[in-house]
Design a binder for this molecule. Structure first.
Ligand code: 3PG
Length: 215
């Protein structure tokens, strides 16, 4: 299945900061058990590359991607590890072009009309809206959607169980991203059951709004 379709069906992109790559496989399984089959491992820790590689090797049902990708080196490491998509906090046209040349879906972060126009020029239509809550939340997503009807958004940054629903209710929101699904503290504590529970709660809410389109 196409990656964009996977985002749409999952409705949630867990944004992960992981310090020990040995936790990657149980984490991926915990998310799957809760009903989410896509994961963004951020390049904010030295373990990111190995974590992606472990998931790609041992959890074939999970679609791994790399987050916080801001350099060509990180793109290469992510691709080599088996990432199927990259997410960046901002829009770097060169990085997007390199990802496209590698056959990797690039989801850059935008907050302004000019950034969206630069993204369209690169052939993109899916954007991370980041940091979502700091830049006006769903109100800004709706305002941007008026002139840019072809854009689909993955609002991330301050999105959690208390406000995800207002994003999901707007059809131009492809999915929401966030760390609340699998907080670093629960991963470090290896509390995977709680991660499954949080995931399942979020999936229930998403299903109630979008009608059970996920896994
Ligand atoms: C990201 O990189 O996408 C954000 O840091 C995630 O934001 P959150 O921790 O507020 O969910």
């Amino acid at each position: 299945m196409e990656i964009i379709e996977k985002f749409r069906r999952a409705g949630i992109v867990p944004v992960i900061k992981i310090d020990d790559a040995a936790n990657a496989v149980p984490l991926a399984r915990a998310l799957l058990a809760g009903g989410v089959d896509i994961i963004e491992i951020t390049f904010r820790t030295a373990a990111a590359r190995q974590a992606i590689a472990n998931i790609a090797a041992y959890v074939p049902e999970m679609t791994p991607g790399a987050g916080t990708v801001i350099s060509a080196q990180q793109l290469a490491a992510a691709t080599e590890a088996g990432a199927r998509f990259i997410v960046s906090p901002g829009l770097d046209p060169q990085l997007v072009k390199s990802a496209q040349a590698d056959g990797i879906v690039a989801v850059p972060g935008v907050v302004t009309p000019s950034e969206l126009m630069a993204g369209f020029k690169l052939g993109l239509s899916v954007f991370k809206f980041f940091p979502a809550e700091s830049f006006g939340g769903i109100k800004t997503v709706k305002a941007l959607s008026a002139p840019f009807g072809a854009a689909q958004f993955i609002p991330t940054g301050g999105v959690n169980e208390t406000n995800a629903a207002e994003y999901w209710r707007f059809p131009k929101v492809l999915a929401v991203g966030g760390s609340w699904i699998a907080p670093e503290s629960l991963i470090t504590a290896r509390d995977f059951d709680t991660i499954t529970r949080i995931t399942a709660d979020a999936v229930d809410l998403f299903d109630a709004i979008r009608g059970g389109t996920n896994v």
